[in-house]
Design a protein around this ligand. Sequence first.
Ligand code: NAD
Ligand code: TYD
Length: 376
Amino acid sequence: MQSAQETGVEKCSAAFITERGLCQQIYCHGELLSTFTMRKFLVTGGAGFIGSAFVRLLLAEFPNVCVANLDLLTYAGNLDNLAGLDQKGHEFIHGDIADAAVVKDALDGCDTVINFAAESHVDRSIANSSEFLRTNIVGTQVLLDVARKMGIKRFVQVSTDEVMGSLPEDSSEYFTEESAFAPNSPYAASKAAAEHLVRAAHHTFGLDTVITRCGNNYGPRQFPEKFLPLMICNALNDECIPIYGDGRNVRDWIYVDDHCRGVLAALEKGRAGGVYNLGARNERRNIELAESVLAVLDKPRSLLKFVADRPGHDRRYAIDPSLAESELGWQPRETWESGLAKTIEWYQTNSRWIERVRNNEYREYYRKQYGTQGGS
Ligand code: NAD
Ligand code: TYD
C-alpha cells in the first residue's frame, strides 16, 4: 500500500467542527480533493435492547458516522447485542453515565448525545429503587452537566409514556405532549425526574435538548424480564406464562426499529426544547398478547397462569403520536403482525442468546419475582 506522501495526499489535511459534526478536508499538493463530514454521536446504554438497535440504525444510516457507545453492562447490558456490527464506526466504552470523568472522556469529539442508559424494569424498581435513582436521575444530570460544559450541540433524552401515569380503561383518552405528569412506579418516577432535569437544562442553560416518550417496545434482543420476551422464551420451553391480575391491562406496542427511527427523526428535526410522543396506535390487552404468542408458536392455552397482580399496576397506556407524525414526518413501518412474526422468529433462531441471558442470576431473579407461582 502506498503512503500518503507517495500518493501526494497530505496526511490529515484539515479537520474542524461544523454545525453537522467533524468536517475533514483532504488536500493533494495544496488542492482540495474532497470534503466530508464525520458525525460523532455518544449513545448511552447502547448494549441494551433499544440502544443496540439504535446503534445499528446509526451505522446503517450515516456513511461517515462515529458512534461512541457508553454502557455499564449491568444485567441488562449485553455485548452479544452488538455482535456483527461494523466496528469501524463503533467504539464501545465500558463505563457509568453517573461518573463525570468517564462521561467527559466518552464525549471527546462528539456533537450529539442520545441517552438510552437506564434501569428500565418496573418490577425491579418496586423491589428496590436505589439503582433507578442513581442511574436514571443522577446519571442523567451528570450527562447534562458534562454535555453543556463541552458544548454539545444536541442532547436527546429517551423517555417513556409511563411518566404520564395510567389512562382510564375503555376511554378515548390518549397521552399527548400536554398530558400532566403522574408517574406511578418508582421506575416511572425516576424517568419523570430525568425529564424535569432535561427541561431545566434547556430552560436555565440553553442546552439544545429533545425528549422522546415511547410506549412498550418489542423486537429482537429484549431481555426476558419484560413481558413479551418472557412469554416467548417460556413458551418455547413449555414453561408457564405468568399473567398479572386479570390480564386486561392495556399497553401500546411498537416495534423497536420504528421507535429508533422516531428517536433519529427527533434528533434530526425536533425543535430545541421539544417533546415528542412516539407510538404505533397499537393498543393490546396483555391476555390478547399472550394468546397471539401461543397461536404463533402453536402452544396450548394451559401454559397461561394468572398470578398475583403487580402493586400499583397501571391499567392503560395509549399514545397520540400526531405531533411526531406532522412535525417530524415520522411514521412506524411495521404492523403488529409483521413485527410480532419477526420478533418470535428471532427468538426461535437465537436459542444461544436466550441460554446465555437466562443464566443463574436471571434464574435467581425469576425465583424471587415469581416464587413458585409463575415458574415452570
Ligand atoms: P435495557 O434495560 O434493555 O438497557 C439499558 C442499558 O443501559 C443496558 O445496556 C445497561 O447496561 C445500561 N446501563 C444501565 N445503567 C447504566 C449506567 N449507569 N451507565 C451506563 N449504562 C447503563 O433498556 P431498554 O428497554 O433498551 O430501554 C432503553 C431506554 O428506553 C431506557 O431509557 C428506557 O427508559 C426507555 N424506554 C424503554 C421502553 C421499553 O419498552 N423497553 C419504552 C419507552 C422508553
Ligand atoms: P412490562 O414488559 O414489564 O412493561 P411495563 O410494565 O413497562 O409496561 O409489562 C407489560 C405488561 O405485562 C404490564 O401490564 C405488566 C404485564 N406483565 C405480566 O402480566 N406478567 C409478567 O410476568 C410481566 C413481566 C408483565
